[in-house]
Design a protein around this ligand. Structure first.
Ligand SMILES: [Cu+2]
Length: 168
């Protein structure tokens, strides 16, 4: 199953196609019949998928300890792995993920899909920066890379937690 390839017309259709092919072997042939029409991506293995050796997530901006305006930009950094939108698995030779940002919270359970609320933001479009607006005072920020299914890699790729102060 792990070597099964699927074809797609639109990148966003990957997750749906993969689920169909995974849950029903008879559909595999169907998926293969579109081979010439689009990008061929490997079928994602079960999460968590391995992270790349030496992979590192870090917050480029703001710097730890800085004071920022109420509305400020956060820039995400990633070394030794690529950024891909949620739902996309590029293959074991091209380890990728998408960024998640934790605001004022501890790390969630690394074996589960990343939570989604005002303190746990997903950047499933493959974004590498965002603009936040936070209340005045101290706040913490931390990045966690997630795989195609929003589950942290193994071992997880997590940035240091930084503390910033938002101006009055
Ligand atoms: Cu996510």
């Amino acid at each position: 199953m792990k070597t099964t390839t699927i074809s797609i017309l639109a990148a966003t259709a990957v997750a749906a196609v993969a689920f169909t092919a995974h849950s029903d072997d008879k559909k595999k042939g169907e998926a293969h019949s579109h081979k010439s029409e689009g990008i061929v991506l490997p079928m994602p293995p079960m999460s968590p998928i391995p992270s790349a050796k030496g992979a590192k997530a870090y917050i480029v901006q703001p710097r730890d300890g800085k004071t920022v305006k109420k509305k400020f930009k956060v820039v995400f950094g990633l070394k030794n792995m690529g950024v891909a939108p949620a739902g996309i698995y590029m293959g074991a030779d091209k380890p990728t993920g998408h960024h998640h940002l934790i605001i004022d919270s501890e790390l969630p359970d690394m074996k589960l899909p990343f939570p989604m609320d005002e303190k746990h933001l997903h950047f499933g479009g493959g974004q590498t920066e965002t603009t936040l607006e936070l209340s005045p005072g101290k706040h913490t920020l931390q990045l966690v890379l997630g795989d195609h299914a929003h589950i942290p890699h193994n071992p997880p790729v997590v940035s240091e937690k930084i503390t910033i102060t938002v101006e009055e």
